[in-house]
Each structure stands twice: as C-alpha cells, then as structure tokens.
Design a protein. Sequence first.
Length: 224
Amino acid sequence: MQELGHAERQRLLERFGRTLAAGDVVYNEGQPADHCFLLHEGRVRLVKRIRGAERSLTVLKPGDLFGEDALLTKVSRTASAVALTDVRILALDRPTFGVLLSTNPEVATRLVEQLVRRLRSAEEQLENAMLRDHPSRVVNTLLKLVNASEPTPDGYVVSVSPLELSSRVGLDVDAVKKAVQQLRDGGYLRIVDERIVVPDAEALRQLYQLLGTKEEVRGGAGAA
C-alpha cells in the first residue's frame, strides 16, 4: 500500500476497503477464490487443516498480499485467513487487481518480491520437516532470521512472535516456546522487550552442527 500515493490509497480504501475484528474469518479453506486482499492495517494469520488439526502457515503484516490464488480462474482456497487483530484490508477482484498492477509498477514489483519470499519460506518449512528434533528446527529458522538481519552491539536482534516462529518452524507454539527456553538456558539467546537477541551467531551455528551430528549418531544406532 505504501507504493501507492495517498490520494489513490484513500480512493481504493473507500471503494474496496473492509474492516474486520480480531477473530473474524476473511475466507475459509475450500471456498471459491474470487478476491485477493491487500492488508492495510493489523495482522492476519493463514491457517490450514492437516489431518483434522489446524496449523499456522504464516502471519501477515501490513503491506502483504494474500488470497492471491484468486488471480487464477476457477480455484478454491487452499487455506483459511483469520484476523489476528482488528484489520483493514482491500478486497480486489481479478480485473481490478490487474488494473492496479498495470498502472502501478511498484505494486507489481512488491508482488514479485513477496512471492519470492513465500517460496523461500516454503523451502524453509520443507527443510525443517526433514529435521527430526525440535531444537534443530528452531535453531535452523533462527539462523535464517539472523542471516537476514544486521548485527548490533548486543548481537543480532530478531523481532518475531512465538506464533510467527511457530509458523516458520512447523511446530505448535508450546513446542517452540520449550525449545526457545532451552536455548535461553544455554546462553544462546536472550529475550529483550519481546524480541530475540542472539549474542553469538557463530555459537548458534556450531550448536546446529552439533545437533545434526547427534541426530546422525542416533539414526546410525537405530539402524544398527
């Protein structure tokens, strides 16, 4: 939305804007996909049911596009979208979104960047699914977040909520909190103002390698 001028943002919000309260469903998995959405204010969680259980896929922030499966013809939603907070969104049908892209190159560029991030996130989740132990999954994801951040005098500061980390790791929130506490007890990270601080990224990388070696040993012992 920041790529658009103020006047155009207001025009779009007046015409296509929707306001939802925390807990409201934007759309349900399996419904026809007839609109895509741009998140203007608040946060939205994408959820998918897997074997009867709900799993968070990602948590969206202002500026994110979601429901982009509506850009295809005659498809159904592959996941549900639920408002985590009070939100304001733009609901755009396929022709309207096409006009927005063709008249605003910056929006088209933002869309491509976001789709690339989604692809990388999917690859990360697949990689985590191949790791058996929970701490390895959490450490692997934290290392990727560290690599995408700039160092500070206190180390690497990562702003990620337990729910967001849970979505990226592929575990429930309680399992992620337990793994984070273990890393905290071991001195590999600190929690400051609800943010994760990694004082020594190299130590975290060495821990990841050590966890991998232990897993290989366990696997070899099991095979024997």
